[in-house]
Design a protein around this ligand. Structure first.
Ligand SMILES: CC(=O)N[C@H]1[C@@H](OP(=O)(O)OP(=O)(O)OC[C@H]2O[C@@H](n3ccc(=O)[nH]c3=O)[C@H](O)[C@@H]2O)O[C@H](CO)[C@@H](O)[C@@H]1O
Ligand SMILES: C=C(OP(=O)(O)O)C(=O)O
Length: 423
């Protein structure tokens, strides 16, 4: 099992490029199941979750080829299976995203229930309710969602709660349904917009993505096209937090400042100077220690839960006291006990973590428990005194492309230790 060994105390300086967004690439890859002509995707990040998706789609009979750079070509192919098996779904919850496309195009899907994970229970009831409203017959048995439909019918769906992949699944299903679908209380995340733009490139008729009301006029078929995946706003934010914590100066290029308003506002409140261009963001900390900030996670455009662990790490070494309220996932503070092992003074009270910044974190062996928790621990390692060993970084590899290489380019002392299998 791979680990990261980090020697803290080196300010990050320089320029780093943001990769394509994991959370846009995953639904877009699933959406290629809807196309009946070739699709060329670029800016696809090289991540464990992407490899899992390629394996999942490949097992169904889809024909996807990865090119040497950041491209994936999807050739039309007749599927031979409509099953997302447990052994793949358990490693990547986003596998649920094949449910809508399979049902809409092929009228059948058997998708393993994702089950709970480190950050919470994460049920998929709103995906199922929405598809039922469109005429699908769905049973849940033996741990599988078994869905069948002739042709889905457009419907007005008021989502019980704001779900990102729920909105995406329903949008993909509605793209090929008969008639109009209206999704109310839809997620407004930029990745939902990216998926809608991709589907429209293939000939879908989707309006309103990015608002809480998405209108989809179903079409008989979707063709092919070329599409560039949007940049990863969470990876971008993670590098900016790293710059703020280490007192450095980092420019992230090939990114989208307009998707990061809430995060940039909080970084500004830490005392950082931030400048932006059309596709870059630069953070200058000038050797200062950041000030602790209060965070309250909520659906976009509010502060993203996927940046919460990184800001806990920042608050842990910042000046003052910062409270972090997690309102999306019920168990997303798994990084806190590990940060405490590095000397952090954080108390959890229900869904709020109260962080009293300490002047110096100290290195310790720590264990990553989920993707963003891993990122938080890496950031803490960058400023801790001594050598931090972050174990179980397969979580990190789900969502960050060569993170250690990018950080090393910026001056971090970080290296991957390829493991022998023991934990
Ligand atoms: C692949 C992807 O894009 N993942 C992102 C997506 O996850 P994902 O789409 O799984 O997260 P959701 O937006 O669905 O979850 C939001 C909340 O709703 C609950 N819920 C969701 C669906 C449902 O049917 N029933 C239900 O109760 C969840 O347990 C959670 O408490 O959005 C999350 C919230 O921004 C991010 O942290 C993830 O990085
Ligand atoms: C929670 C995340 O991803 P996923 O929904 O794929 O588990 C994340 O990207 O932080």
């Amino acid at each position: 099992m791979d680990k990261l060994l980090i020697t803290g105390g080196h300010p990050l300086r320089g320029t780093v490029r943001a990769s394509g967004a994991k959370n846009a690439a995953l639904p877009i890859l699933a959406a290629t199941l809807l196309a009946d002509a070739p699709v060329q995707l670029t800016n696809v990040p090289r991540l464990r979750d992407i490899r899992t998706t390629l394996e999942l789609l490949g097992r169904m009979g889809a024909c996807l080829t990865q090119d040497a750079a950041d491209g994936i070509t999807v050739a039309p192919a007749a599927l031979t299976s409509f099953v997302a098996p447990y052994e793949l779904v358990k490693t990547m919850r986003a596998s649920i995203l094949v449910l809508g496309p399979l049902l809409a195009r092929y009228g059948q899907a058997d998708v393993s229930l994702p089950g709970g994970c480190a950050i919470g229970a994460r049920p998929v009831n709103v995906h199922i309710d929405g598809l039922r409203a469109m005429g699908a017959e769905i049973t849940v048995e033996g741990g599988y969602i078994r869905a069948r439909a002739q042709r889905l019918r457009g419907a007005r769906i008021v989502m019980e709660l704001v779900s990102v992949t729920g909105t995406e699944n329903l949008m993909m299903a509605a793209a090929l349904a008969e008639g109009e679908t209206l999704i109310e209380n839809a997620a407004r995340e930029p990745e939902v917009v990216d998926l809608a733009e991709f589907l429209n490139t293939l000939g879908a008729q989707i309006e309103g993505a990015g608002t809480d009301r998405i209108r989809i006029q179903g079409v008989a078929r979707l063709g092919g096209g070329a599409y560039r995946i949007m940049p990863d706003r969470i990876e971008t934010g993670t590098f900016l937090v790293a710059a703020a914590m280490t007192g450095g100066r980092v420019r992230v290029t090939d990114t989208r400042p307009d998707c990061l308003d809430a995060v940039l506002k909080k970084l500004h409140a830490t005392g950082a100077d931030i400048t932006t261009g059309a596709d870059w963001i630069e953070l200058e900390m000038g050797g200062r220690r950041p000030r602790a900030v209060d965070i309250h996670t909520a659906p976009h455009p509010a502060f993203p839960t996927d940046m919460q662990a990184q800001f806990c790490a920042l608050n842990a070494m910042a000046e003052g006291v910062g409270t972090v309220a997690e309102t999306i996932f019920e168990n997303r503070f798994m990084h806190v006990p590990e940060l405490q092992r590095m000397g952090a003074d954080i108390r959890i009270d229900g869904h709020v973590a109260v962080c009293h910044g300490v002047a110096q974190l100290t290195a310790a062996p720590v264990m990553a428990t989920d993707l963003r928790a891993s990122a938080g621990l890496v950031l803490a390692g960058l400023v801790a005194a001594g050598q931090t060993l972050v174990d179980r970084i397969y979580h990190l590899d789900r969502g960050y492309e060569t993170m250690e290489t990018k950080l090393a380019t910026l001056g971090a002392q970080i290296e991957r230790r390829t493991g022998t299998g023991q934990v």
